[in-house]
Design a protein around this ligand. Structure first.
Ligand code: CO
Length: 208
């Protein structure tokens, strides 16, 4: 790819925005007030704003390998804290995707160096849901189900944080688990019943 092309594209993008709204960038410069925090995978095929049809200013975005919410990752924890406590978003989404290389790697026996501790969090998701996953004979179906269960467990990880617990109590903030199906372009709401998932374990994680 010619990087020159990126800057040419940028000029076209500016013109297209200004042709619809001459004040677009002036308004954008005033600040942001997004209602949604999106935590997705870094995979180049899974864009954030583009697949949701949202533009600048509408969504606060964090992406990492396999859309993980790890309690000692200062990066994701800072993003969650800032979005929830300061930007006051009302919706937090964990969006996984089928054909996720991170999830696939966690299903295999391979030493991947620095990726090992990151991917071990997905192996732990497998361990928690081993009975369900082992019962699925078709490898692709098992893989897709692990993608979904990983999203569910990352939603649970969000709910373990004090920021989310406080915002849930004070303004009914909602946590959602979605999956993007690369092969069809479809965004799927997993409709995870998090109250049901946490029914017997919330007491362990309650902070606020
Ligand atoms: Co991925």
């Amino acid at each position: 790819m010619e990087l020159k092309k990126v800057f040419e594209n940028n000029k076209k993008w500016i013109n297209s925005k200004l042709s619809k709204d001459s004040e677009f960038f002036k308004e954008l410069g005033k600040g942001q007030n997004p209602e949604l925090l999106y935590i997705g995978c870094s995979d180049s095929r899974v864009t954030a704003e583009d697949l949701m049809g949202l533009g600048p200013g509408e969504v606060f975005v964090h992406r990492n390998i396999a859309n993980m919410v790890i309690s000692i990752d200062l990066n994701v924890m800072s993003v969650v804290n800032y979005a929830v406590d300061h930007l006051k978003v009302n919706h937090v989404v964990v969006c996984g995707h089928y054909s996720c290389g991170g999830v696939k790697a966690a299903m295999q026996s391979a030493d991947l160096g620095i990726l090992n501790p990151w991917l071990r969090n997905i192996r732990d998701v497998y361990r928690i849901h081993k009975a369900e996953l082992d019962a699925i004979e078709n490898e692709d179906e098992k893989y897709n189900r692990l993608v979904e269960l990983n999203v569910q467990e990352q939603c649970v990880n969000l709910i373990k944080t004090a920021s989310i617990q406080k915002a849930y109590r004070d303004r009914n903030l909602q946590v959602h688990g979605w999956v993007f199906d690369i092969s069809s372009g479809k965004l799927i709401d997993l409709n995870i019943d998090l109250e049901e998932v946490l029914k017997n374990i919330m007491g362990i994680y309650h902070l606020d």
